[in-house]
Design a binder for this molecule. Sequence first.
Ligand code: FDA
Ligand code: NAD
Length: 426
Amino acid sequence: MERGFEYVIVGGGVAAGYAALEFTKRGVSHAQLCIISEETVAPYERPTLSKKFLHPESPARLPSFHTCVGANEELLTPTWYEGHGIELVLGTRVESVDVGQKTLLTASGETIRYETLIIATGAKALKLEDFGVKGSEAENVCYLRDLADADRLVNVMQSCTGGNAVVIGGGYIAMECAASLVTNKINVTMVFPEAHCMPRLFTPKIASYYEDYYQSKGVEFIRGTILSSFEFDSNGKVTAVNLRDGSQIPADMVVVGIGIRPNTSLFEGQLTMEKGGIKVNGKLQTSNDSVYAVGDVAVFPVDLCGRIRRLEHVDSARKTAKHVAAVIMEPDKTGEFEYLPLFYSKAFSFSWRFYGDNAGEVVHFGDYLGTKFGAYWINNGHLVGSFLEGGTEDEFEAIANATQLKPAVDDLAEVGRQGLNFAMTG
Ligand code: FDA
Ligand code: NAD
């Protein structure tokens, strides 16, 4: 079987949902746009999976968190796609793409032709096996990338109340899942190789604030080591985690969050790759004129940082997706993608945001014994990054605006003394 569409999006995650909404706003006609997704449900807000989806009471369930509710926009249920004449091909993996012929082949044996292709394949979770450790298939070892993983995690969690969980990793998934496990009355030990949690972003001072709080909730931290193997019972269930330092931790369940790898394999050898992703220009166009890339998989120029970057965060997935629809539907009216990176997280009652680039020297400010504090990153004499915990909407907006402006900073100590006022009054 063979059919064709003007526009095809491969991948049906966050970026696909936001692109679809923007395509309709810019007048896409019925039967022009097709989205092909390996997942069996319409695009949804992936961040919900490590937060409200894991709540013990009134957890979030579909359809409540389909895109684009995360940005306070319309809830795009499967009926919405139908009503807008968008072909949503679910539960179907794209097996190969020929960018020369402008065709792709799905796992169901269908060939689909396109005029313009948007790559929104996101990323997959790295497995323990990628680091030489066996055991990912055990029934009580959980990863968290998609809805199927989240359903599984909930089931395992519910069978472990009062028991022990070992969380492998110290990044976003580990921190958010550890908080959810505690809320579900499970004892948590976190194990990671670095000296503190969230090493890609947090300074030791910021990390120690959150680690102290997690410890007050009973979480144990084992830093500077990694697991070497698991102990299994006769049913193949993990019963303990062996660490490289020789110690052993009993485990009723294990959650693994050790990073991701972008899903680029369909395009290796066909498109220019860089930094592990698909390289695009300011119009989000790849090295092939008819192919664009957005979301976790795209490596794009970020002026504020003065370099190309691949970002693994929902805000950039949403905004690159909206921009690509504008570029394709209204090329003459649409400029280059200009972006201020935004990362955020919520866990327990914490809520922080980071804007910009975490390069250069850091100045901390605010009350690190209280609930509102932050940091500025100053690079080559200019503010390039801002972090704030516990801010109001106005305060978050102020640090975003200040970072965008990149003001000159001569006296770091003075900026530290002014703290949030530096952004609010600047
Ligand atoms: P995304 O992964 O959303 O979608 C890719 C889609 O493509 C998937 O549906 C996949 O199945 C499909 N696909 C891949 N290959 C395919 C193929 N060959 N054929 C067909 N389909 C294929 N960020 C943030 O800023 N704040 C937050 O709080 C969180 N929280 C969070 C929690 C959890 C649990 C995760 C896993 C991630 C986050 N993130 C986040 C990150 C954020 O969710 C992520 O950056 C976006 O989902 C990226 O959107 P994409 O559309 O690029 O990929
Ligand atoms: P991450 O990159 O945030 O953290 C990976 C962590 O794995 C590292 O910090 C390190 O501590 C640890 N690690 C690496 N190798 C290890 C090993 N061999 N053994 C033990 N630990 C090891 O990735 P993640 O936490 O897995 O998150 C996956 C993706 O989901 C990322 O793209 C992330 O941005 C996204 N996500 C984002 C948010 C958010 O923005 N709030 C929330 C959840 C997930």
